[in-house]
Design a protein around this ligand. Structure first.
Ligand code: PAZ
Length: 325
């Protein structure tokens, strides 16, 4: 009984923290535009099974969120993520017949652009004459792939890309996406690969102007970001298939932490990865066991995301079947 009262009380505290996070967040500037794009995308993709447009929709989050330190932000705390995982996974989900909402950090890796050089505009193109620009031979395959596959996915209405920078934008857009995907039931999937800040400076206690140096060490209080995974699962999209990621640098605690996340946030799957080996191997943690997934080293350019998405699609199919009974 005591345990039940305690868990109800901590639930209450979580909801209060979440409310205060959203109430005090700077309003999302383009919220009406994002909602309109989401409505159109979901209407377009809510079609009969068998059509090229997917009846399964996945929201892939990608890249790290920032925590601004000033309202007129000059400085911020960042979370490491190149966006490679999210971009590669998006490609494999599209290939598997899913439609994808790609919620990504501005400036990070984009689907179908992974093999372009760092500065594609300057490195991929050259002047052919005074008025003509041409693609350099070395990059022609990569450019062709980027343009054709990416643009086809967008033009067919199978890929919707929504950018974020701060933790405030990320969580507000994630909530909009989740609430709009609620009606898809078990056909909705959340693949939460973004590296999300654990601590933030509440907007109302943030300095307005650039913090001045010269007055000694900086003393700043960061508040814990409320655990939105619980509320995503319980309230926003209770029927969706939810996958979160756990990143650690210490392999000794990785699986234990992934297990904890699985139970605490009632995720269907937690993908555990270590920073240094994340492109080689991940462990898929579920309530029925742990599965190690590796990149096929015998294939040049093979990604770990290929077998990973294959396994997750299988698990999602089983989940959809179960939810029918
Ligand atoms: O974006 P990337 O390919 O460089 O790295 C992917 C990753 C390590 C950020 C992702 O797999 C992940 O673990 N995301 C969750 C991070 C976290 O625990 O907050």
């Amino acid at each position: 009984m005591d345990a039940m009262i305690n868990s109800e009380a901590s639930q209450e505290t979580l909801y209060t923290e979440i409310k205060s996070f959203f109430d005090s967040a700077p309003p999302l500037r383009d919220a009406p535009d994002i909602s309109r794009k989401l409505d159109e995308f979901l209407k377009w993709n809510s079609v009969s099974p068998g059509s090229e447009r997917g009846s399964r929709i996945v929201c892939v989050t990608s890249g790290g969120t920032t925590v601004p330190l000033e309202q007129r932000c000059v400085r911020y705390i960042d979370n490491f993520s190149s966006g490679h995982r999210g971009a590669a996974s998006t490609e494999y989900f599209l290939k598997a017949g899913y439609s994808v909402i790609f919620l990504y950090r501005r400036g990070t890796c984009q689907p179908y652009c992974r093999s372009l050089p760092d500065d594609p505009l300057l490195e991929c193109f050259e002047s052919a004459s005074d008025s003509n620009i041409q693609v350099r031979q070395l990059h022609s395959e990569a450019v062709k792939r980027a343009i054709s596959e990416h643009n086809v996915a967008v033009a067919k209405g199978l890929l919707l890309k929504l950018p974020f920078t701060t933790i405030f934008e990320y969580l507000q857009i994630l909530q909009l996406i989740a609430l709009s995907m609620r009606s898809l039931g078990a056909h909705a999937m959340f693949y939460l690969a973004a590296a999300v800040s654990d601590f933030y400076v509440p907007w109302e206690s943030m300095a307005e102007h650039k913090i001045q140096s010269g007055s000694g060490p900086l003393d700043m209080r960061l508040v814990q970001v409320p655990k939105m995974l619980s509320v995503l699962r319980k309230e926003w999209v209770p029927m969706a298939f939810c996958i979160s990621f756990k990143l650690e640098t210490d392999s000794k605690i990785l699986l234990e932490k992934a297990d904890m996340a699985l139970t605490k946030y009632r995720m269907h799957v937690v993908v555990a990865n270590e920073l240094s080996t994340r492109k080689e191997e991940v462990v898929v943690v579920t309530s029925s066991g742990k599965f190690s997934v590796r990149r096929d080293k015998t294939q040049a350019g093979a990604d770990v995301e290929s077998p990973l998405i294959e396994l997750l699609v299988e698990k999602h199919s089983a989940y959809i079947e179960d939810s029918k009974s």
